[in-house]
Design a protein around this ligand. Structure first.
Ligand SMILES: C[S@@+](CC[C@H](N)C(=O)[O-])C[C@H]1O[C@@H](n2cnc3c(N)ncnc32)[C@H](O)[C@@H]1O
Length: 247
């Protein structure tokens, strides 16, 4: 088996099983807490951006996979902001997946479908999803295993579907400072948007573009307009790579 074979690392215990019960998105870091008072404020920046990118999420009918969904925060916040559709989450950590159901608010209806991964591999058939999102996952995946993740994202995406990769931006010095001091990021290896673009293109044909997000602290709602003017500037705390799969 090669190092990038999806099956070759499936036997290892999942790092995030240790964090699952107390998981709060790295907000135990005091600097991050100054920027926003709850993990949902950080997630909502991505969710609002996605709802602008994918207006059909408001009308329903799309199938959406959250790859490495953790405790389900992105799906929960998206649905809380009005997204409709068929949502599925998968993760390498069964401890995190258990938390999705425990934390899912009843007022949002039934929790999403959930599935454990075997390494990079998911149990879904080819071309199952209109949208695949992967948020704050790749920097936890060892570099040699990332090609298997890119291949899996492309495998489960239908032709003309979209992948959305959200990541911490290592070009932002505050991001580097905070991640170096956050317990859940102990083993993280940050990657910039060009690495994501190259990785995706190594697996399939896509049209790609990149937006930069989170220039202003997510807790300060009145500054959101500034974020929307700066999406071209590669200094935001987060970035979003969009990959549209060929027909
Ligand atoms: C920082 S959490 C992010 C969770 C969620 N995507 C979010 O944005 O809130 C990272 C998640 O990636 C998962 N993860 C780490 N390595 C992974 C891998 N190789 N494949 C899939 N998920 C992985 C972890 O189990 C964890 O749930």
């Amino acid at each position: 088996m090669s190092a990038s074979d999806p099956q070759s690392w499936s036997g290892e215990p999942a790092e995030f099983d240790d964090y699952a019960t107390e998981y709060e998105g790295g907000l135990d870091n005091p600097i991050k807490r100054l920027m926003g008072s709850s993990p949902d404020q950080f997630i909502a920046v991505k969710a609002r951006w996605l709802l602008r990118r994918e207006p059909a999420l408001r009308t329903g009918g799309l199938s959406v996979l959250d790859y490495g969904c953790g405790v389900g925060s992105l799906m929960r916040v998206l649905i809380g902001l009005g997204a409709k559709g068929s949502f599925t989450g998968c993760d390498i950590s069964t401890g995190m997946l258990r938390q999705v159901e425990r934390r899912w608010p009843r007022e949002l209806g039934a929790p999403p479908q959930l599935a454990p991964q075997q390494g990079a591999r998911t149990p879904f058939v080819d071309a199952s999803f209109d949208i695949v999102m992967i948020s704050a996952v790749l920097h936890h995946v060892p570099v040699e295993h990332r090609p298997a993740v890119y291949a899996e994202l492309g495998r489960v995406l239908r032709p003309e579907g979209r992948i959305y990769v959200f990541e911490h931006n290592p070009r932002n010095p505050l991001v580097r400072y905070v991640t170096a001091r956050t317990p859940i990021d102990r083993n993280a290896i940050l990657l910039d948007a060009s690495e994501v673009r190259h990785g995706l293109l190594g697996a399939a044909r896509y049209d790609l573009d990149t937006d930069y997000l989170m220039f202003m602290p997510p807790g300060l709602a009145f500054l959101r307009g500034i974020d929307r003017l700066l999406t071209w500037l590669p200094m935001g705390a987060q970035y979003a790579v969009t990959a549209r799969k060929a027909a």
